[in-house]
Design a protein around this ligand. Sequence first.
Ligand code: SAM
Length: 412
Amino acid sequence: MAMAENPAYPVGLRLTGRRVVVLGGGQVAQRRLPALVNAGADILLVSPSATPSVEAMADAGELTWERRRYESGDLHDAWYALIATSDAAANTQASAEAEAHRVWCVRSDDAEAATAWTPATGRSEGVTVAVLSSDLHDRDPRRTAAIRDAVVEGLRDGSLVAPHLRVRTPGVALVGGGPGDPDLITVRGRRLLAAADVVIADRLGPRDLLDELPPHVEVIDAAKIPYGRFMAQEAINNALIEHAKQGKAVVRLKGGDPYVYGRGMEELQALADAGITCTVVPGISSSISVPSAAGIPVTHRGVAHEFTVVSGHVAPDDERSLVDWRSLAKLRGTLVILMGVDKIGKIAEALIAHGKAADTPLALIQEGTTAAQRRVDATLGTVADAVRTHEVKPPAVIVIGEVVKVGPAPTA
Ligand SMILES: C[S@@+](CC[C@H](N)C(=O)[O-])C[C@H]1O[C@@H](n2cnc3c(N)ncnc32)[C@H](O)[C@@H]1O
């Protein structure tokens, strides 16, 4: 029958318990069968041989395999057929049988002669994306697959914004945004961000992502929440609670990981006390990723078998300090200091006083993973001068130890 020049009509077949006949057990069948199994079809495979994967599906009882060639009549009780044998004459004969019995069929050897086409498909969050070429004579499977990948990837990572308008998930998500580069947030974090009504964001983290949010999303700068008679943190907790109580989907976007010097647990506890559900999405902490972005591995075989992450926000001689600098000076591994730019002179003095060599190499990486990233190298003995001379400013990660020297010489 002559094919009309009309585009194919897309439809979703509900195949549960319905007979689907597959002719040929080669690579085409191997690729198509999992989706047919997943759709619950009653699959009859007719083929003298099959690939090991197809054979495994038969062994697992996912399909019935008749080890023989196609015979006229095989399609008579089928709802749908996949014709993919290596015998062109058999394919044509089976295709004619399908036409005569009004069984929709796809053909691997001659798409134009087929009555159905398999779209490039992918799934994300309860949605099936199916892409079909609308040009009968210029079908380009790589293009349809690329469009499918772009849509599915976009839905997964949140760059394609398609919020669930009917299914609202109110509550709060504490999302670790990673060190700053917008590509370094997790897929889950990005997806939640894309579905948020309100985002309360810190100064650190992937701030570029905020520009991509749709106009209806309320973006609140955590540093600017007025706190009057409360502490700043209490005011943030209250803002989270208030918005969540209004039934909104709230994302608390934090730099790095929410639980690494991020006060994430304090926020989670305040929300729990208010009876509000909170999801925590881990993030890539700057303590590892910023050294890595500057070419420094925090461990290296034969050089450092441990790394210790320390807060440097109070000086070693400050009575509020909880850090045992004497013990840290004895460690052979890598020391990673966050929030330490202001106090690094005093920290270096304490480490040297407790026995660490003054020529221990060290690097300061400012604004790691962003376009403004820069690295300054020094030693424990010279770091105080280096910070002044090079005007190193927070945020910066300070890495102390021989790992600083194992990579290629720094360029910045
Ligand atoms: C309050 S702590 C938060 C750490 C964060 N939760 C994490 O896991 O990365 C802030 C400190 O993290 C470090 N930091 C965070 N992002 C950074 C970046 N992009 N470049 C350099 N240091 C960064 C700095 O030491 C900064 O002072």
